[in-house]
Ligand binder design. Sequence first.
Ligand code: F6R
Length: 248
Amino acid sequence: IPVKIWDDSKEASMHIAQSIALAIRQKQQDGEHIVLGLATGSSPIKVYQELVRMHKKEGLSFKNVITFNLDEYYPITPEAQQSYVRFMNEHLFDHVDIIKENVHIPDGTVPIESVKKYCDQYEKLIDDYGGIDIQLLGIGRTGHIGFNEPGSWENSQTRLVRLDNMTRTDATKDFGREEDVPYRAITMGIATIMKARSVYLMAWGHHKAPIVQKAVEGDINSSIPASYLQQHKNVRFILDKAAAQELT
Ligand code: F6R
């Protein structure tokens, strides 16, 4: 896997935002839309900040941008403090000129009996838009990408999953109490992510160093879902020094 190590996450994030902005502008010139696959969590926050800055100060428009978020807790309402709908609005969508109809985030309120159908439609909608051009990813300490926890198959698609205990523990900082963290989530699958034409995985900080090492240098198998990315033709791991420190 090509790895790029930056002094800090700010610098790295600015670089990613610039690449995204360039791609958006190129598609605009050709009169085409661009499909972005987006992540939540702490890792992409500075990328979104920089994109918002470019919108406000450099006239970067999101009118031709279609977005698909990776995942959402299940069940959760969009109004909940911890929902990924709220996260995306606060960090990006409320501050740029994206067309609301072009924003797609898995719906944490779909009745359980319709979830399978809903997930299949989400998957199909991505295909109908021509697939994801640029996919942003973080990585969980379990090795998850999206919420594809250990045990996720390479051919998995958008679906309802059970969250790993470590992931629920890590999410307790957002929910306050562990028992309030949802047990499940809707997530794009490994296959959905692998179909993206280009992928940026971001990892910042010492706590990510062991899992980054396994994902980049370890065997490819379902116990470390991020290791599947070793087979992607156009993926980059963007790391700060701390997250890269266990690479050999
Ligand atoms: C979020 C997502 C997750 C996170 C991962 C890392 O949409 O899909 O895979 O990217 O849990 O989270 P942070 O960035 O908060 O360390």
